[in-house]
Design a binder for this molecule. Structure first.
Ligand SMILES: Cc1cc2nc3c(=O)[nH]c(=O)nc-3n(C[C@H](O)[C@H](O)[C@H](O)COP(=O)(O)OP(=O)(O)OC[C@H]3O[C@@H](n4cnc5c(N)ncnc54)[C@H](O)[C@@H]3O)c2cc1C
Length: 190
């Protein structure tokens, strides 16, 4: 259960940001009416926005993730979690999705390992935000795929598998095809 420590910061960071993005999308779906206070929708967006503040801001949780790695000796437990999810996926779409998650997390952890061994703390802090968001997406995709496999097997339900495929196709293009100098990109965008 070593993964629980880094997962705590990662989950708060990822879900807080997703809540804001999802609520914003919902307001937009209502068009101009979504902006009007009487609908109650703007209040939901405001309430969602508090999550990435009071759960810990993105920057602070990203730095906490670095601290978690010091406490638990790195992020191998997160990679192992993704690999466990991948191992249970029999559906081709989910196999592909979890493979993407593993490659993406592997690249990030390679970047992290290089900087850690060099004790390059400035670079680690500069890239912590991007690292955390990428890892959060990768772990999220792996867990969603694991659930989707269960839903397919036990309920014959396709919905989660479709969501995982869509997330893999749309959310990971940027992460799987980084520019040639991926390490510089991590640090600059962080
Ligand atoms: C409605 C509401 C209810 C709350 N309830 C509680 C409660 O019940 N109990 C409680 O303890 N707290 C509560 N809080 C406080 C909340 O936890 C803090 O607001 C939150 O942790 C952010 O801290 P801050 O406001 O001091 O902002 P700051 O820490 O000043 O952050 C401001 C900005 O600076 C960035 N930043 C800060 N430090 C760094 C750094 N080292 N490197 C890079 N960037 C950095 C942050 O990411 C953020 O963007 C509540 C807040 C709100 C809005």
């Amino acid at each position: 259960m070593k993964e629980l420590r880094p997962l705590t910061s990662l989950t708060k960071l990822t879900t807080g940001r997703m809540a804001v993005a999802a609520m914003s999308e919902i307001l937009e779906a209502f068009g101009g009416a979504g902006y009007v206070e009487d609908t109650g929708l703007p209040m939901l967006l405001r309430d969602a926005q508090v999550l990435p503040i009071w759960e810990g801001t993105t920057n602070v949780l990203s730095l906490d993730l670095l601290r978690a790695s010091e406490e638990t000796g790195g992020f191998d437990s997160l990679l192992a979690l993704i690999q466990r999810c991948r191992a249970v996926c029999a559906d081709e779409r989910l196999k592909e999705a979890t493979a993407l998650a593993e490659v993406s997390a592997g690249r990030v952890l390679e970047w992290f390992g290089q900087r850690s061994r060099a004790e390059d703390h400035r670079s680690l802090e500069a890239g912590a935000r991007r690292m955390a968001m990428t890892l959060g997406q990768a772990v999220g995709l792996a867990l969603l795929s694991e659930h989707a496999q269960w839903a397919l097997t036990c309920e014959g339900n396709e919905r989660a598998a479709l969501a995982a495929s869509r997330l893999a196709a749309e959310g990971f293009g940027r992460l799987i095809d980084p520019p040639a100098d991926a390490t510089a990109s991590l640090a600059l965008d962080g």
